[in-house]
Design a protein around this ligand. Sequence first.
Ligand code: SF4
Length: 285
Amino acid sequence: MSEFEKYKGDPNLNEKMIKIDGVPQDLGDLLTESIQLLREHEPEDGYYGCFSGGKDSIAVREVARIAGVRVEWHYHATTIDPPEVVRFIRAQGDVTWDKPRHGNFFHRVVQKKQMPTRRCRWCCQEYKEIRPACRRSMLLGIRREESPRRAARWPTPVVHRYAGPRTAIVPLLEWPTEELWDFIRCQQLKVPSLYAEGWHRLGCVGCPLSSEKNRLRELSRWPGFERNWKRACRKVWEAKTGCTQKNGRAWFGDAYFRRWEDFWHWWVHDVSLDDARTRPASARL
Ligand code: SF4
């Protein structure tokens, strides 16, 4: 039995938690606050928990278990998560697998004739930020330290009117990464094998929100995904080149990409459009 396990469901956990031998007080305080938050906002029919297989989801699930609150965990399958993460999620007995409404990610890119980009990340809405059918409060493993964008989007751990009428609870909002790993180690929680290989953030392979360095690393680690991204990119380029848009204008890419490889180069390397036009991929080969 782990240190925290002894106090599962204990209403006096507050005073006891910070005295646990070997547990840094900072972590004890963070955990106590998170537990209080979860208990305070627990809906009658339990939370709707979002589980992605990453360290934050794993930790928030454990905190909820210690707090003794009811949660129904869901994984929104993106079809482009690393296979190691998918296997890890499959091995969890308590996570419901929600298939994507729009099917395979790459088919959807071709169908929409649009590569997702940092400015137009339509795929997050369709594959990740799914609105559940129920109106229960949602539980998310979001932390302020992850990115300035997240910190700005989540000023407090309780956000009302998130995804329509639902409330979102993010109990790990203030947890620093180091304390999060301390907790995972302390609780001896299993995590996807990729962490042991030095990956820090797990998610969609080739995500346009990642840095160029990360994306290239991911695409070289999972070449099947790189092939699919390239195929989708070529098909989008073929479908859009020379076509008039709904707004009556030409596709912006006509002015910049003479070949699909130029479009790919711009997309994967995060170069500016001017750079893509003046130094196309074909000229770099
Ligand atoms: S690829 Fe990136 S932007 Fe698209 S769903 Fe995945 S995380 Fe969101």
